[in-house]
Design a protein. Structure first.
Ligand code: NDP
Length: 337
């Protein structure tokens, strides 16, 4: 009986093995974003040569008809779904209607069109911030939906959780191969440095550069500094995404991170030192810390043979160099292009 079950498992695994070859037609949704650009770079560096993209101006992924027409015409075989409405604490709170509407629409349209037009394999990106606010640490994949969500990003989280569930439901009912992963906080070149909408790391980097250039004596930083966060350099995530596309065929989502976290106070100090700012940090405790801690358990990826390569110090140096070479403080005004 055991042998029969093992045989069946291998057969199912083999039947899901998609032919992800260098000439496969690959659609990277969200190729202009932080993650999408890193995935494009990794695909190109590994020799993939049949990649299709559309900007949001060319194809609004919230529009079902446009998405269906695009899939009918292009018939991609592999999809990296890195298009989403993404923001830091403030943006997720201020624009919570956009966070839930845009993300639900983008996911529903792409996932359903991928099923209808027989995409062989799709990777959906969740996020570590959609785990319950107070779940045990480090966070295992199975803790999803085990408790109340963080209030400041509930709309975003509900949308993203729906995307994960949708992948599983389509795999169950239609036999698709829609996989997903849960990246921790990301950073790197092409991040969003706009202080109104950015995540904590790019916001701090931009603030310290500005303070240094303008000789400001203090830099106010949101919260108490006590919350813990984990950060992954985006090129490492892109490598993980390709690794999963090649090697992973299960419905269960999988965490992608370094497994190491630090306090926001330590992060701020590290960025301050990297930038070379000599002034003081002042904590604005009227602002929320968000979730107190969210460190991922990355043992599933480790068991499969993948781990992050870039240290925080290396990643910050690369990001700062990119920031200076690509507009510097002008990037604070808007989303970089
Ligand atoms: P970005 O904001 O950098 O990029 C998102 C991309 O989505 C943009 O390039 C944009 O295209 C595209 N997009 C947004 N709305 C639409 C639309 N209506 N139609 C077509 N395209 C659209 O996000 P990230 O790269 O940071 O995030 C990508 C994924 O990674 C998301 O699913 C996110 O949840 C996940 N993730 C991100 C983390 C992070 O720290 N950044 C952490 C964990 C997960 P255009 O530029 O053409 O307008």
């Amino acid at each position: 009986m055991k042998k029969l079950l093992l045989g069946l498992t291998i057969l199912i695994g083999l039947s899901l093995q998609a032919d992800f070859s260098l000439t496969s037609k690959i659609y990277v949704a969200g190729h202009n974003g932080l993650v999408g650009r890193a995935i494009m770079k990794e695909l190109e560096s590994q020799g993939y040569c049949n990649i299709i993209t559309r900007s949001s101006r060319e194809l609004d992924l919230r529009n079902q008809q446009s998405v269906n027409d695009f899939f009918a015409q292009e018939k991609p075989k592999f999809v990296f779904l890195a298009a989403a409405k993404v923001g830091g604490i403030k943006a997720n709170w201020d624009f919570q209607a956009d966070a839930i509407y845009d993300n639900l629409m983008i996911q529903c349209n792409i996932l359903h069109a991928s099923y209808v037009h027989k995409v062989e394999k799709l990777l959906f990106l969740g996020s570590s911030c959609i785990y319950p606010r107070d779940c045990p640490q480090p966070i295992k994949e199975e803790y999803l939906l085990s408790g109340p969500l963080e209030e400041t990003n509930k709309s975003y989280a509900v949308a993203k959780i729906s995307g994960l569930q949708m992948c599983q439901a389509y795999n169950y009912q239609y036999g698709t191969n829609f996989i997903s992963c849960m990246p921790t906080n990301l950073y790197g070149p092409h991040d969003n440095f706009n202080l109104q909408t950015s995540h904590v790391l790019p916001a701090l980097l931009a603030k310290f550069v500005k303070a240094k250039q303008e000789n400001l004596p203090i830099v106010p930083v949101w919260g108490t500094g006590a919350a813990y966060r984990e950060f992954l350099y985006v090129d490492d995530l892109a490598q993980a995404c390709l690794f999963l596309m090649k090697n992973y065929n299960k419905s269960e989502t999988v965490n992608v991170g370094t497994g190491v976290d630090l306090t926001i106070a330590d992060l701020a100090q590290t960025i301050k030192d990297t930038v070379g700012y000599a002034g003081e940090i002042i904590w604005d405790i009227t602002k929320s810390d968000g979730t107190p801690k969210k460190q991922l358990d990355v043992s599933v990826m480790a068991q499969m043979g993948w781990q992050a390569k870039t240290t925080l110090a290396q990643g910050l140096e690369k990001t700062l160099a990119w920031f200076h070479a690509n507009g510097g403080l002008r990037l604070i005004q808007g989303r970089n292009g």
